[in-house]
Structure formats: C-alpha cells, structure tokens
Design a protein around this ligand. Structure first.
Ligand code: ADP
Length: 434
C-alpha cells in the first residue's frame, strides 16, 4: 500500500515538475499548475472507469491499472475470489443435500409458516400424488384429513404421527415435522406399511406357535396329572397312559424341528444359493417314490413319470425334503386307493416337478395362503394326519433359495397339483428344451 501511495506521488510529480518548469519559462505558473492537476485528475478518472467496468465483468477478465488502483483491484479481486469459492462450496453443499433428499425413499416437503409447500422431493410426488404444480399450495388443502391438519398445527417437535393414507386405507404413514431454516418446517412422510405388516405377522406367528405347542402340552399335562393322582395303577395301565403321551410329544418335537428348519432357511433365503452341486433327479425321484410307498403302506398307487435326464443345481437334502413334503401331503389328504403321480416336464420355461393327487382338493380362496406359516384349510384334519401347518412354508422357502417357485392348482373334490418350477439357469439336461 505504501508503495502505491509513493507511486501516485511520483506520478503527480511527473505532472507538476514540467508544469512548474513551463510556468517559470512562460511566467504563468498558476495556469500550468492548473492544467497539470486537470490532467492528473483525468488520468485518475480513466483508471476509475477501468475499475468500474472490470467490476461488471467476470472475475478473471483482464484489467490494466497501476498505482493505488492496482492495489485496490488486487484487494477487490481477492475478496471476490474468496466469496466466489464460498458460494461455490455452498451451492455444492446445497446440490449434494438436494440430491440426497431426492434419492430418499421418504417424502420430504419444505413448508413455510402457513403450511404452503415450498419444495418437495420426487418421493413426495409418488407417495402423496403431488406434482411441482402444487408448490405454493397449502398442504392442509391437499391432504384434507382432520387428524393430519391437527398434526400440522402441533409444534414441530419431530414426534412421530402415524396415519393411514387418505387414498389407500391399507397404506400406513409415519409423519414427522421438524423446524427447517427461517420460519420453515420440514415434513417427512415414510411409508411404513411393510413394517406394520411385519409387526402383525410377528405377533400372529408368536400367537400361533404358542397355540400349536399348548395343545399337545395340555394333553401331556392331563395324562401326567392322572398318573400322579391315581396311586394304584398297574404297570400295564401306566404303560398305556405313557403311550398316550408319545403322540403329543412327537407332535411338539415335529413342530420345534420344523420351526428350527424354517428359521435356518429364513436366515439365508435372500442370499440365494449359487454354489451347489449338480443333483441327479432320476435317482432322487426313485428314492422319493419308494419313501412315499412306505408312508402310504400300499394304500395309494404312486406313479413316477420321468422322461427327462436332468440334473438340477441344488442342495440335495433340501430338495428331497421339499418334494417329500408334497408327496406326504398328497398321501395324507387323499383317500385310500387314490393315485398319486409324480411327473417331470422340461421346456423353454424351465424344469417342473409336479405331484398330483385325486384327493380332497382345496377351495380357491385358500390357495394363495397355503404357504403362510400354520395356515391350514382344516386344522382338525391336519392335526389328525399329523400335520404341523408348516410343511408348505418350508417347501416355499426351500424353492425360493433355489430361485424356484411353487405353483398350486386344485379343485375341490377333484384333487390338487403342486409343482416346483426351476429356472433353466439351474438345469443341466441331455435333451434340448423345445
Ligand atoms: P400340514 O402340516 O397341515 O399338512 P402344510 O403346510 O403341508 O401343513 O399344508 C397346509 C394346508 O394345505 C394343509 O393343512 C391342508 O389343508 C392343505 N393341503 C396341503 N396339501 C394338500 C393336498 N395335497 N390336498 C389337499 N389339501 C392340501
């Protein structure tokens, strides 16, 4: 800065010294001094106008000034650069924030103090069926539920408020209101339908397990009390009482075993199975047919139709358990003398193993629920034939782990067909698929 002032003095003297000299020669010192000062001021004006123009242009545009003007330009340049960087950082931050809020699966809406919409993210458009045209409108006029309007009146404490979607009663929302910026509020709405459903499923599951275990337990306790109360039972009578305990004990054991298997399958159902050996289906199906015949004890005719020489990429014990479950159901829910057919098909849609029976059949309203845990068409009959209500849930989980699906076709009084459908990616066949 000091140099800048010195430079200006030097420049002023460049005007004054010649003026003094000329004034001395022409004996008109005042006039020449006046002219020199006018020229100096004109020069300063020129510099000033350059700086003024430069301020209107971009920061990196060129400017040629000197002396104190150069120093001034340098200081302004530094300040402008710092503020430009700050602005850049700020807008980057804002963009990053808006990007992340836009990617959020939850609806985010910025409201002013009167609940007018200032900004909304794409999820808000999806969940609340809003559009950019709604910006400026009052949210209370768009979602007209009194409970929601009351919620908007509350202070923005971030406390959760649960409500059903005004457009679909089955959809549940979790709403929160938080202070945001200057007198504004951020409204967050999350779709919690899935979470609620899982909560209900968990409660139902616990209730079902308790109920299923309590029934055989009550029977066991009944027999044990009888044994305790009566003193003079013969060994034969004690043996008889104890044998009655055996069936409910086995039943409880079977329920616990099925539950453990299900929880093991649940643990890694989402990861799927890629590293599996190739399983020879011909060998396995013959074994399954034999097991079925043993279970039926000659009461049913079991036929195997397997024209395809196929290998499936799968875990042997799991696929065995799934198909054996279907065969066992076909036997248990078919009258004596009925025919059960195990058949395979291979085409461009994949590989299908189906188990058909001519048994009771299932009414259409039950079919979509059969793979639910503990779901039974006729609970009494299922218990009678030793069912736990978990068999098809296990089959379904095993198939999901193998990228396969369970297809159920049934007609009351005519019979049922349960089919396992494997994708071609899990199949190795010597025949070409048509
Ligand atoms: P369960 O142990 O009771 O057999 P599952 O999960 O294997 O349980 O089957 C669920 C219900 O589906 C059964 O209770 C039964 O009502 C019905 N079901 C399953 N397979 C058949 C079938 N082949 N024929 C008729 N009903 C069946």
């Amino acid at each position: 800065m000091k140099n800048a002032w010195l430079y200006e003095f030097w420049r002023l003297s460049k005007y004054i010294i010649p003026a003094l000299f000329l004034g001395w020669i022409f004996e008109a010192q005042n006039l020449f001094l006046f002219i020199a000062l006018i020229l100096f001021i004109a020069h300063q004006f020129k510099q000033f106008s350059k700086v003024y123009k430069w301020l209107g242009h971009s920061l990196d545009s060129d400017i040629e000034v000197n002396g104190m003007w150069e120093e001034l330009v340098y200081r302004i340049y530094r300040k402008r650069k710092r503020s430009r960087n700050r602005k850049k950082n700020l807008s980057n931050m804002l963009r990053r924030f808006q990007d992340s809020v836009s990617m959020m699966p939850d609806a985010a809406i910025v409201l002013d103090a009167e609940n007018n919409i200032l900004w909304l993210n794409p999820s808000a458009k999806q969940i609340l069926f809003l559009s950019s045209n709604d910006i400026g409108n009052n949210i209370g006029n768009l979602i007209r539920l009194p409970s929601f309007v009351n919620f908007l009146k509350r202070s923005e404490d971030g406390e959760a408020f649960e409500m059903n979607s005004p457009w679909d009663e089955k959809q549940s929302w979790d709403c929160r209101l938080m202070p945001y910026g200057d007198g504004q509020r951020l409204l967050l709405i999350r779709n919690i339908t899935q979470v609620q459903r899982l909560k209900v499923m968990r409660q139902e599951f616990v209730a079902n397990v308790s109920h299923e275990l309590r029934t055989p337990l009550t029977v066991i306790m009944g027999y044990l009390e009888t044994l305790q109360d009566v003193d003079d039972l013969s060994v034969e009578e004690i043996k008889q009482q104890l044998s009655k305990i055996s069936a409910p004990t086995q039943r409880m054991n079977q329920i616990v075993a099925d539950l453990l298997l299900l929880s093991r399958l649940d643990l890694n159902v989402s990861t799927g199975l890629t590293e599996c050996p190739w399983l020879d289906m011909q060998v396995m199906l013959l074994m399954l047919k034999k097991d079925g015949e043993q279970l039926s004890q000659g009461k049913h005719k079991i036929t195997l139709i397997n024209k395809n020489i196929t290998k499936v990429k799968a875990i042997e014990s799991e696929i065995y358990s799934a198909i054996s479950n279907l065969i066992s159901n076909a036997i248990r829910y078919s009258p004596d003398g009925g025919e059960i057919v195990i058949e395979t098909f291979l085409d461009k849609n994949g590989y299908r193993i189906s188990v058909s029976d001519h048994g009771l059949g299932i009414a259409v309203q039950h079919i979509s629920r059969l793979t639910e845990r503990f779901y039974r068409v006729d609970a009494g009959r299922s218990r009678e034939v030793g069912g736990t209500g978990l068999g098809l849930a296990i089959v379904n989980q095993i198939l999901r782990r193998h990228d396969a699906t369970l297809e159920i076709k049934s007609e009351i009084g005519k019979g049922s067909t349960f089919s396992c459908l494997f994708p071609l990616s899990r199949i190795q066949s010597t025949e070409s698929t048509k």
